[in-house]
Write a protein that binds this ligand. Structure first.
Ligand SMILES: O=C(O)c1ccccc1N[C@@H]1O[C@H](COP(=O)(O)O)[C@@H](O)[C@H]1O
Length: 218
């Protein structure tokens, strides 16, 4: 039997969007800090304001593009979300520093799934964090793509990663009401995460949100 995954709605850009996502069934909200590219970026001030309005037990994920532990800690201290989602590779895999300085904060590392090397990377990184999130960015571009691409990736590799690690796995990248059922059947993730698939002209769309939750629960 396949368990229905938790849903994280990302790119939340206002208190109203946060409320709408929670009312529709989101277990977690994504709040996108400064990024080199992507549609969901908001200010740290607004992230902090939104975080304060989110009721327990809904998780608030701060998406950070910082790669140095001190910069990640400094970013976190401006917003106090419940989870840090690191969307680029952490410098020298210094997770111990983050654990020591922020012992109560959960860490989620994004792996951008490109080829077999992503499997090796995910297995190694999974020893240090609380969850892995698979996305479809390209950190090797001159202007890095670190998420929010609206593209899917190779779900066979995602399935292999899910079977190879012992911690929860979130699947992201181009999910929408048309493909989410297939994605769940294929990867069987702990959680799913999306941004563009529930938006119209950049705004969270209640009808798309409801249709998305209906597709998951069908
Ligand atoms: O949305 C952004 O602006 C963004 C920028 C940089 C890193 C991550 C970003 N968003 C995350 O990307 C995934 C996938 O988005 P999509 O569903 O493919 O549009 C999304 O869940 C956010 O976590």
């Amino acid at each position: 039997m396949i368990t229905i995954p938790r849903v994280k709605i990302c790119c939340i850009s206002s208190v109203e969007e946060a409320r709408m996502a929670v009312e529709c069934g989101a277990a977690a909200l994504g709040l996108v800090g400064h990024m080199p590219s992507g549609p969901g970026v908001i200010s740290d001030e607004l992230i902090s304001t939104i975080v304060k309005t989110v009721p327990p037990p809904v998780a608030t994920f701060l998406l950070t593009s910082e790669t140095d532990p001190a910069a990640i800690i400094s970013h976190y201290k401006k917003v106090h979300a419940s989870v840090i989602q690191i969307v680029d590779a952490l410098a020298e895999r210094q997770y111990d520093t983050l654990r020591r300085e922020l012992p109560a904060v959960k860490l989620v590392q994004v792996i951008h799934v490109t080829d077999e090397r992503s499997v090796t990377e995910a297995i190694e990184v999974s020893k240090h964090v609380d969850a892995i999130l698979l996305d479809s960015g390209n950190p090797n571009l001159a202007v890095k793509e670190l998420g929010g691409t609206g593209r899917t990736h190779n779900w066979d590799l995602s399935r292999t990663i899910r079977e190879s690690i012992d911690i929860p796995l979130y699947l992201a990248g181009g999910l929408n009401k048309e493909n989410v059922r297939q994605a769940i059947d294929k990867v069987q993730p702990f959680g799913i995460d999306l941004c563009s698939g529930v938006r119209t002209s950049g705004k969270l769309d209640k009808e798309k949100l409801q249709a998305f939750f209906a597709a998951i629960n069908s």
